[in-house]
Write a protein that binds this ligand. Structure first.
Ligand SMILES: C[S@@+](CC[C@H](N)C(=O)[O-])C[C@H]1O[C@@H](n2cnc3c(N)ncnc32)[C@H](O)[C@@H]1O
Length: 218
């Protein structure tokens, strides 16, 4: 899969590329490209945003700047999905992540300050996604959230088996995962449930399913 991220802060992504799971698939299952709007802006002095028409505070990312950035990379209209990251987009869920992880290529557009000129979202993007009903200062963290969630679904990103029975997975019928415990078996009188120490895989599986259903119902 190829993921292209357009941002004013490409260096913000550096730490992620050194960490698993991204590091495990970079260069094999994943090609990650970071583009700075400033590198292709048709305006002078690296300008990418401007004051809002109608007045008001904040700067707005310009449509001609984003169009020039897309043109420079794709040489025309991109064939892949181009997603604006905005609090006004479709809410990000695991189902959306699975959908995007199945794409051969995806483009993420981030903004800062007051956000996008609306013509970017309506004319240059295929989708708009929000990572939650709150406002962050820029699209870089949302892009990283999406990137991390997508990467986990790529082959080789996680240890075998560890990404299958997770919260919101089809394996757990979209519900929450069961609780986990590790050594010690008793700490301050807090016991690990007996069934997990029984060695009976059938009972363990049954208990986990029941716990998952109980958590998901409440
Ligand atoms: C300060 S926000 C702009 C908020 C916008 N003025 C509004 O009220 O809807 C600047 C940028 O951060 C990103 N952003 C902030 N919160 C986000 C969220 N919940 N989901 C996705 N992107 C977000 C977007 O790229 C957005 O354009």
């Amino acid at each position: 899969m190829r993921l292209d991220v357009f941002t004013q802060v490409p260096h913000a992504f550096a730490w992620m590329t050194e960490q698993r799971p991204l590091a495990a698939v970079l260069g094999t299952e994943l090609e990650l490209r970071l583009f700075n709007y400033r590198d292709t802006t048709p305006l002078r002095s690296g300008q990418v945003d401007d004051e809002p028409y109608g007045g008001g505070a904040g700067m707005v990312l310009r449509v001609d700047v984003v169009a020039a950035a897309l043109e420079a990379v794709y040489g025309g209209e991109p064939e892949q999905r181009v997603i604006a990251l905005t609090p006004q987009g479709r809410p990000l869920t695991q189902a959306v992540v699975e959908e995007l992880a199945a794409e051969p290529a995806v483009t993420l557009l981030s903004s800062r300050f007051e956000g996008f000129d609306e013509r970017i979202v309506t004319n240059l993007c295929s989708d708009a996604i929000s990572i939650g009903p709150y406002v962050l200062s820029g699209g870089e963290l949302p892009a990283m959230v999406l990137l991390d969630a997508i990467v986990r679904r790529l082959p080789g990103a996680l240890a075998a088996g560890s990404g299958e029975q997770e919260s919101f997975s089809v394996e757990l019928e979209g519900g929450l995962e069961y609780p986990h415990y590790t050594r010690p078996a008793e700490f301050r009188g807090w016991q690990v449930p007996d069934v997990l120490l029984s060695g009976d895989h059938g009972r363990v599986e049954e208990w986990r399913r029941a716990q998952s259903r109980e958590r998901s119902a409440s």
